[in-house]
Design a protein. Structure first.
Length: 279
């Protein structure tokens, strides 16, 4: 949630670029257009939904991954092998994608709302109002629109982000002699993890965004994919890559820096149970 608060304007620019009718402005041009046409505070439009998404999606995937990694770890001095971490991370991303899907639908709609014609705007007051209105106006099923591509993205994101972070950190420590506890090590590993995650997740992210922003359930993920390839070419899958990386890079860095500090503080570590002394 801390990371999302820092990078929300970049996430908004990414969503606007992914849902645009045709390729046009770059990230900075998109942000300038938002400020010019909608006001400075508009770059934080949908922040409540973004925070709700992190509180559900990211909390779940990180929590499940760390729990399972600890459960299967036999050597505390190094992480398990990639062949062990990958299925664990993929399962964690799948669970996170399911849990976080409702907030993600509201998040994308709120971020893109002002770019729609006035008659098509939804005008959710906040994330919880968005969830309530979707249930009332479209039915609970609409909260899970785009679930398949969102779960695919969650699997790809978690597998590429957390596994690459663990492996990069281990490589930096064992191969380059960096201190495992220093922030410079965490910064370097998380930056590399953000680069890997952005590239791997871009196609699923673009398709997911378009499905969740659609006005109806008529188009499937495959239908949207085929239509986009025909009209825009295969590179449509990497639209918004630069703002996605500029957003995901800092977000990954802040996320893992905060996570490492929370671990260092002892939060979540098992503590010995004090036995009552007999009187």
């Amino acid at each position: 949630m801390v990371a999302a608060s820092c990078t929300h304007p970049l996430d908004l620019a990414k969503v606007r670029m992914q849902t645009a009718a045709r390729p046009g402005a770059n990230m900075f041009g998109t942000l300038l257009g938002v400020v010019k046409n909608e006001g400075l505070l508009a770059i934080y439009q949908g922040l409540s939904a973004s925070l709700l998404r992190q509180a559900t999606y990211s909390t779940t995937r990180f929590g499940v991954y760390e729990y399972l990694k600890e459960a299967v770890s036999t050597d505390k001095s190094k992480p398990p092998s990639t062949s062990v971490l990958l299925p664990i991370s993929m399962f964690s991303g799948l669970v996170g994608g399911i849990v976080g899907n409702p907030a993600d639908v509201v998040n994308i709609r709120m971020q893109n709302d002002k770019s729609c014609p006035p008659e098509l705007r939804r005008n959710y007051r906040n994330a919880f109002d968005g969830v309530r209105r979707i249930i009332v106006e479209e039915g609970p099923k609409a909260l899970f629109r785009g679930l398949v591509p969102n779960c695919v993205r969650g699997v790809l994101m978690t597998a590429s982000q957390v596994v690459s972070y663990d492996r990069m950190k281990y490589l930096l420590v064992s191969g380059f002699g960096m201190d495992e506890k220093k922030r410079s090590t965490h910064f370097s590993a998380s930056l590399l993890a953000g680069l890997v995650a952005t590239t791997v997740c871009s196609p699923a992210d673009v398709v997911k965004t378009r499905i969740m922003n659609a006005a109806s359930n008529s188009d499937s993920a495959f239908g949207i994919l085929v239509k986009a390839v025909k009209s825009e070419g295969i590179l449509f899958a990497f639209r918004g890559w630069l703002p996605a990386f500029i957003r995901l890079g800092p977000q990954t860095i802040v996320t893992f820096l905060v996570l490492e500090q929370l671990k260092a503080s002892g939060l979540g570590q098992k503590r010995p149970v004090l036995q009552q002394q007999s009187l």
